[in-house]
Design a protein around this ligand. Structure first.
Ligand code: 6R9
Length: 645
């Protein structure tokens, strides 16, 4: 039914430079001559110290790809220096703090100076090209400075979301052997204090290789201090020169590592490289958000996720845009904050997640109607499938039916947007990410790897490489092959399911693996399970997702108690607390169901497919249960599920 709901390109949005016809012909050309297409874009969109020798070399069976080999460049030069001639006095970063009275802005010249001072400070602390630097920060401009300063000196940043616990932080620091951490005394979000430095101190108890911690004074509270290791950001950068010669980087040098959840407990360090990543994020930002001179663009993602990397920092700055960064929460102090920010900063383009849209929608239209929002020209969403109802609310109520909605599908591993409408080119269908970006060839395969031609549903894979494709999982290339390339040889396997309709539009149906998506944040089932079983009363745990009207998905945990333990509501709240302290508040289960046993295959694998159906009350057809070691477990689980009480 939702497919009949088609929103044509608004009249005032018809653009000479991107029409449906133009998209179709450019798309065909980008697939027929990918090297010509991408080298043309690389010349036009990126500044190079030295041109490349070969556009693309690769072998999917080894998970090896390289783009622009021989080329040399620096990402911070592309995001800052090259704009100085024309835009030295234009705002690069516009910042609003947790409360409305905290505002800051940095011109491109100021951004240059801040980044160079920090780059010099990092060098003084002994950070060298290729070293990994962990960034554990609130949403403050210094987080962007830190990323760009690393890029300037060729260090590889690993940003860890500020909501992660000391344990999660420690795992990540150890996994990629960071020797330096950049943080703040405390974060402040929605009036709540996040003890970042205290978390770092706790995490570093078992990280002997970390020699320096650089601390931004932000909240100003008293914090613990380790002499010799800890340095104040403000004092150390104040005395540095505001110029720092950029490191000449090779196209395939790593730019950053970003951890994402997999289906096993250990997080995956997705590694992106210099040229391919900055080219792809620059080009997609330009086309998808149709950024125009002088506009204010706002991506509401946290810098700890890939969206914050690609479309709050790198993509916009590389295009010379003004990017807004907001440190607070959408509902703080109330649900009108977002629209108030849009009006005060005259935001033209807003990019957020369906979970935020649904939560704002649930608060009613009055909060939106109080604002004008007349500056808005384009709206975007990312992170999970958007239900048509929320899409329509976003389009009609927030955008007054004037602003196209770009529903952008992509992943940490893809580096940039892969399936998306291009405003001006595509009629929109609420709930569909529409069509592939230029140069991207999605395919649908059935479970046996047969290609589905025409309309149909299957595993979403990508044929052929694109510049910002994942290069490796840090320290575990084999795991990368197993996760993305061995399931369907010759393709990049996304882990998502999708349907393609008769117009060639894609509808993402969600993860086909064991990854949860809570408020658009990915969590591995095993990560949450591992936290639950840390409790002495818990023998075993299996978690699955259930649909949630606000978060998209919520966590439903099946927990087997130890023989001598008695399930109780106190125990439940202890478990919930444990997931929050081990992983972060997003990992809290919405529901815990106690069970004597879990459904397992004979080889001992928990059958989450069945648990997912039980948790959702969808028990009429549980599919094939013949591989179960003990089928009697099922009835017991159904009788005690949330639906039978
Ligand atoms: C950018 C980002 C990736 C997973 C992805 C998919 C889901 C992202 C989506 C979407 C439907 C969209 N996802 N965008 N599903 N429609 N527009 O979110 O990266 O955190 O790695 O998550 O998110 O399931 O596989 P990441």
């Amino acid at each position: 039914m939702s497919e009949k709901n088609i929103y044509p390109v608004p009249d005032h949005f018809q653009q000479a430079w991107m029409t449906d016809e133009k998209y179709q012909s450019l798309y065909r050309y980008s697939l027929e001559k990918p090297e010509e297409f991408w080298s043309c874009k690389a010349e036009h969109y990126i500044n190079w110290f030295r041109p490349w020798n070969s556009v693309y070399e690769g072998d999917f069976s080894k998970g090896e790809v390289s783009w622009f080999r021989g080329g040399q460049l620096n990402v911070s030069v592309n995001c800052i220096d090259r704009h100085l001639e024309k835009r030295a006095d234009q705002t690069a970063i516009l910042w609003e703090g947790d409360t409305q009275d905290e505002q800051k802005s940095y011109t491109y010249q100021q951004l240059h100076d801040e980044v160079c001072k920090l780059a010099n400070a990092l060098k003084q602390l002994g950070v060298n090209r290729g070293d990994r630097v962990c960034i554990y920060m609130p949403m403050i401009p210094e987080a962007a400075f830190a990323m760009l300063a690393c890029a300037r000196i060729g260090a590889v940043h690993a940003v860890v979301f500020g909501g992660f616990s000391p344990n999660s932080l420690q795992d990540r620091i150890l996994d990629c052997d960071c020797q330096m951490v950049i943080t703040a005394d405390e974060g402040i979000r929605g009036g709540r204090v996040i003890p970042l430095k205290a978390n770092v101190d706790e995490a570093l108890q078992c990280c002997p290789d970390v020699h320096s911690v650089l601390v931004v004074k932000y909240s100003g509270s008293d914090i613990n201090w380790v002499e010799g290791r800890d340095h104040w950001y403000q004092s150390l950068t104040a005395t540095q020169p505001a110029d720092c010669e950029p490191e000449i980087m090779d196209a395939e040098d790593p730019l950053f590592i970003l951890y994402t959840s997999g289906s096993t407990g250990k997080p995956k360090g997705v590694q992106h490289t210099t040229a391919g990543y900055i080219l792809y994020t620059t080009v997609t930002f330009h086309y998808v958000f149709d950024y125009r001179e002088g506009e204010v663009y706002w991506c509401a993602a946290d810098v700890g996720w890939i969206t914050g990397h690609s479309y709050m920092v790198y993509g916009p700055l590389s295009n010379g845009a003004t990017t807004l960064m907001y440190a607070g929460l959408p509902f703080w102090p109330d649900a009108s904050r977002i629209w108030d920010i849009v009006d005060r900063h005259q935001v033209n383009i807003a990019y957020t997640a369906p979970t935020a849209i649904r939560a704002l929608m649930a608060k009613g239209n009055a909060y939106v109607d109080k604002s004008s929002r007349s500056s808005l020209r384009l709206l975007g969403t990312v992170g999970e499938p958007i239900n048509p109802e929320a899409w329509q609310w976003y389009y009609k109520v927030v955008g007054n039916s004037r602003c196209p909605v770009v529903d952008t599908w992509w992943q940490t591993e893809t580096g940039g947007i892969m399936i998306t409408p291009l405003p001006g080119a595509n009629a929109l269908k609420p709930g569909s990410a529409t069509r592939p970006f230029l140069g991207i060839r999605p395919d649908l395969l059935d479970d046996d790897g047969n290609k589905i031609v025409g309309p149909g549903e299957g595993n979403l894979v990508i044929s052929g490489s694109w510049p910002s494709q994942i290069r490796t999982l840090y320290g575990d290339h084999q795991r990368m092959l197993d996760t993305y390339f061995n399931r369907f040889p010759g393709y990049y396997c996304t882990g998502d399911g999708a349907r393609r309709d008769e117009d060639g539009y894609y509808w993402i149906t969600g993860r086909v693996d064991d990854v949860l998506s809570v408020s658009g944040h990915r969590l591995g089932t095993a990560e949450v399970e591992n936290a639950l079983v840390l409790h002495q009363a818990v023998a075993e745990a299996a978690v699955v997702s259930i649909p949630d009207p606000v978060k998209g998905e919520a966590i439903y945990a099946f927990v087997t108690p130890m023989d001598d333990a008695e399930p109780s509501t106190e125990l439940e709240s202890e478990l919930i607390k444990l997931t929050a302290s081990e992983i972060g508040p997003i990992a809290k289960p919405k529901r815990i169901q106690w069970t004597k046993a879990l459904p397992k295959t004979r080889s001992g694998k928990i059958m989450r497919r069945i648990l997912r159906k039980i948790a959702r009350g969808d028990t009429d057809n549980l599919g094939d249960t013949t591989t179960l070691a003990d089928p009697s477990v099922i009835n017991h689980l159904i009788e005690h599920s949330a639906y039978c009480q």
